[in-house]
Design a binder for this molecule. Sequence first.
Ligand SMILES: [Zn+2]
Length: 419
Amino acid sequence: MTRFRILLLSCLLLTVASGTAQSSNHPDAAVGAQGRAIHDSAIVVDTHADTTQRFLDEGFDIGSTDPNDVGHLSLDKARRGNLGAEFFSIWVDPETNQGHFAQHTFDLIDSVYEQATHHPDRMMMAFSVRDIERAHKEHKLAALMGIEGGHSIESDMRLLRDYYRLGVRYMTLSWSNTNEWADSSGDMNDTKIQHHNGLTDFGKQVVLEMNRLGMIVDISHVADKTFWDTIAVTKAPVIASHSSARALVDAPRNMTDDMLRGVAKNGGVVQVNFFSGFLDQDYRNQMLAQEKDQTAAIQKYVDSLKTQGKPVNYIGVNRMEREWMAKIPRPPFKSLIDHIDHIAKVAGVDHVGLGSDFDGVSGATPQGMDSAADLPKITQALLDRGYSADDIKKILGGNLLRVFRQVEAVSREMQSHPN
Ligand SMILES: [Zn+2]
């Protein structure tokens, strides 16, 4: 989720996002026979989609084949793109859910299960590497869940364990908001927010408890100091479920080359975010230039809803964000490949993967990347840049599966030797 924090006008450097259907007006890069064959032989894993908000707020059915639907993800689009596993984001807006983070977390978790229940022939809940492999053999989409933002645990370790028991397999330590125990990259310049200089002692305990449970530690969104504190304390490899490279685009949410090398040393993986505002500096500059007007327009809309006593939810705000983002020309497809390539060069090809942020960026993705059906174009583009079939398959999902397997092994080890 890369959205405006609706009610926070401090919106500073935040991870704005949006854009409407913005259909790409240049011809799709052709995927050749070799590219298609490599792509179809891989287990493709995407570690971040916000389609979950659509399930809950719009009643969206992932089985939809509506040709006018501008969403990034459906079972049909996943099939066309040979997407094998998706981590559905469990993102609780900290502004609109004050006082009931856990309840909203549970509601989102339920919405993913409900989709799987309605489509047992094409989708299954998955909780392990073995489940992902089984889903692949059965030609079903493996549905996993990752919590986006440590505020969901309400500073309660028991809730963290309950989320694991319900199937949550990663947690992003913070979203754009600093919580009680982890600083976020999203509000470091906001002097009204109480910061902790990274992770608090409780935050470090959360990381270790996640290691023990077998829940992947996700450092997307966190402040740089939180990142380094996490790397120092974790006993298992970490992921950045949806983050790109700061050397290419100067966004606080993107990772510096030192951080990329830190993840490599830790054995983890950085999953590249497809949001145009993280991939292309020109796009980002235009986005920041219109930010004040955009924020004011959305605030006006939210205020009018409140005046009318109507609820403020994701749908209306998302629609407005899409309209604003659509004003900015989409960056070329190569901007996405540039980030994959940069991370592969700095961290190594074993430490890069895909974390689309589908349905969480209000349509603002590069030209040619309109939905999960376009994933094979990434394979073709990497092939064109000289990547081997083996390396491409690592990027498409192999690296993530390796990290997940190691997280499972560390969990078994910690549980067999309790202190
Ligand atoms: Zn996010």
